[in-house]
Design a protein around this ligand. Structure first.
Ligand code: GLN
Length: 497
């Protein structure tokens, strides 16, 4: 008899091999867990085994080998004792390494936090644990979530699961690669200007950035606080809806979290109909420079939506050209202030080379931060400095207001806005590292929803001629997550036939 050591579960003395990664959704895994066809321990062991086999992909910064197993066994005992399982019972998850998980390393993929251990749980983390999710570990990212390729990580790059010579996108590159490569069933990421949606698009998974304030930011290391939002990456919309339901909602620890009631997203999704749905197609999202492969995949999906009864409405968002400029002024300004706390005195790395306090600050920050983070701190300090504040920061705030108005006007006329998630498919590792402006352009379509604070989702749309994944982005009005998930689910279903 084989021993059910790593895969499977012994039932009636018979070994049943169940490959957990083959479950198409959490609902299916949940059924097998609750029917005791498979134990939590076996499910988690399988994922840990895959993570070990794929160590060279560099997806995880920290793997909770013992912690995850211990927790899985605890959940198995809970079920045996007849206690009722939480809504996410046994869901194997990856957490981006800028979210606090108490007692575990929290690095933000930065040298400056390389020796830091989180002292409390983020609210989202706490809510997931309360519903019996299992954390497999903390995943790779661009340092402090600044980047679009996961290459700005002190722990090194992550290959795209669809083509190892290419990037998985960023900054939540580890989260997207984990879900796409079956190294976690669902992952949490964070999105300041596209960091959930763009990597989701590059890795052929669903990536939802909710409305600003929908999920508490307590325990999410701040980058651009008025933009930052936790997001969910998963293979399908049902899993994203379920996790969003668990983590969304008011939190006293974050004053910017919304009081807006949290609906049942699964039910909202079910009410969505493509027939009669007005989809706004901004001409600025289909510029001449748009990659041909990306354009044709996205157009095919839009044509199918039209055939299914949707009305495609041509719209224009003329200020789109200013999105990247406004975004990089506002977020670097906020980052320069937020990152002031990493000074060698209070958190993490302290330079050994320090004659006095001033040198200690300078050397700790110079040695601890990577070059992109340093660039942004300098840019942010500059735009906030006396004499330049009105010219840059104030102006960008005004542009932000114009964006908000324009997107609201558009969403008064149409139900949702659609276009590509990224102007190009996943690019080669190293290709854009010498040209920060080129890299910033990766977010040209994702940044507007972040400026406006509106929810947006990237849904897998198919593959270009070279077999690279293409994401389609849907943007909705405030708190329209249910509608976005519902339309995205239809788009996924259409492709499956
Ligand atoms: N790529 C964008 C940036 O570098 C977005 C990052 C993010 O959303 N965290 O700022």
């Amino acid at each position: 008899m084989r021993i059910a050591s790593s895969f499977g579960y012994i039932r009636s003395q018979q070994f049943i091999e169940i490959r957990v990664v083959h479950f198409s959704s959490y609902q299916n895994l949940r059924k097998s867990l609750l029917d005791r066809e498979i134990s939590c321990e076996a499910a988690v062991l399988e994922y840990l085994e895959r993570i070990r086999e794929n160590q060279h992909r560099n997806v995880y910064i920290t793997v909770f080998n013992d912690g995850a197993l211990e927790r899985a066994r605890e959940l198995d005992r809970k079920l045996e004792a007849g206690l009722s399982p939480g809504r996410l019972f046994g869901l194997p998850m990856a957490i981006k390494d800028n979210l606090s998980v108490k007692g575990s390393p929290l690095t933000c993929a930065s040298g400056i936090l390389s020796n830091y251990t989180a002292v409390y749980n983020a609210t989202a983390v706490e809510r997931l644990l309360a519903e019996d999710a299992v954390f497999l570990g903390k995943v790779n990212m661009d340092e402090f979530a600044m980047g679009s390729s996961n290459e700005n990580s002190a722990f090194g790059p992550v290959p795209n699961p669809y083509d190892e010579s290419r990037v998985p996108g960023g900054s939540s590159g580890g989260s997207a690669a984990a879900v796409a490569g079956d190294l976690a069933m669902v992952a949490l990421g964070s999105d300041t200007g596209g960091s959930v949606r763009q990597p989701a698009g590059f890795c052929n998974v669903v990536g939802l950035k909710p409305t600003y304030g929908r999920i508490s930011r307590y325990g999410l290391v701040a980058f651009g606080s008025s933009f930052d939002q936790i997001g969910v990456l998963s293979k399908n919309c049902d899993d994203a809806a379920l996790v969003l339901n668990v983590i969304a909602g008011k939190d006293e620890a974050d004053t910017t979290s919304s009081h807006h009631a949290v609906p049942d997203y699964a039910r909202e999704m079910d009410t969505v109909s493509i027939k009669g749905l007005k989809i706004g197609i901004p001409k600025e999202y289909f510029p001449e420079s748009l990659d041909q492969g990306v354009a044709s995949v996205v157009r095919n999906r839009l044509d199918e939506l039209q055939e299914a009864g949707a009305e495609l409405v041509a719209i224009t968002l003329p200020e789109s050209d200013y999105a990247i400029a406004a975004y990089y002024i506002l977020t670097t300004a906020e980052a320069s202030s937020n990152l002031a706390r990493f000074d060698g005195a209070r958190y993490g790395y302290r330079s050994a080379d320090a004659e006095d306090l001033g040198h200690m600050y300078v050397n700790s920050r110079t040695e601890g931060f990577g070059s992109e983070v340093q660039r942004r701190i300098m840019l942010g300090t500059y735009v906030l400095s006396a004499g330049y504040y009105d010219t840059y920061y104030k102006k960008a705030q005004q542009v932000r207001r114009v964006f908000l108005n324009r997107y609201q006007e558009a969403l008064n006329k149409v139900d949702i806005i659609a276009g590509p998630t990224s102007p190009f498919p996943p690019f080669g590792i190293g290709d854009k590292m010498d040209d920060p402006l080129e890299m910033y352009l990766a977010d040209v379509f994702t940044v507007p929803a972040s400026i406006a604070g509106m929810p947006a989702i990237s849904v897998p749309a198919g593959f270009d001629g070279s077999g690279l994944p293409v994401g389609l982005q849907l943007i909705g009005d405030f708190f329209d997550e249910g509608k976005l998930l519902g339309v995205a689910r239809k788009i996924q279903k259409m492709q499956k036939g």
